[in-house]
Design a protein. Structure first.
Length: 126
C-alpha cells in the first residue's frame, strides 16, 4: 500500500471559511444571502526585541544600533537607550518571529564585530 497517499500532513491547514449561502424564510426562496462566518484563525504570535544593559557597551553605540536596526530617530533611540541604562532592559520593536530573530542576529553580530558585550533577545508578547 502506498502510505504517502493516505498520510495526512503534520500541521493541517486551518479550514477555509467560505461564505455560506443561506435561504431566508421571508424572502420567498428567490434570493441567496451570503452570511459571514466569524473568523477563527488567530493572529500570529508576535515577539518584542529587547536590549539588555551592561557596564561596557558605549551609550553612543547603543543609540546607533537602535537607529539603524530599529528605524528610530536619534531622539527616540536616545530615550530607549537611557531607559535600558536605568531599568536594565528596554523594548526596541515588535516583530513576527522570523523578523525578530533576524534583528537579534544582526544586533549581536554588529556588537561582537565592534568588541561590545551588548545582549539582544526576543520574547513572545501577551
Ligand atoms: N550602561 C552602558 C554604559 O554606561 C550603556 C548601555 C545602554 C549599554 C544600553 C547597553 O543596552 C545597553 N556605557
Amino acid at each position: 500500500m502506498n502510505s504517502m497517499a493516505t498520510k495526512s500532513p503534520k500541521t493541517p491547514n486551518p479550514p477555509v471559511q467560505h461564505p455560506v449561502p443561506a435561504v431566508r424564510p421571508d424572502n420567498g426562496g428567490d434570493s441567496v444571502v451570503l452570511e459571514r462566518r466569524p473568523q477563527k484563525t488567530k493572529p500570529p504570535q508576535m515577539y518584542q526585541v529587547v536590549l539588555l544593559n551592561d557596564d561596557y557597551t558605549p551609550m553612543e553605540f547603543v543609540v546607533v544600533v537602535i537607529q539603524e536596526f530599529f528605524n528610530k530617530d536619534r531622539e527616540t533611540a536616545t530615550q530607549i537607550m537611557l531607559k535600558i541604562h536605568l531599568d536594565g532592559k528596554g523594548v526596541c520593536g515588535v516583530f513576527s518571529k522570523d523578523v525578530a530573530a533576524t534583528k537579534v542576529d544582526q544586533v549581536t553580530e554588529a556588537a561582537r564585530k565592534n568588541g561590545h558585550p551588548l545582549q539582544c533577545v526576543s520574547e513572545p508578547i501577551e
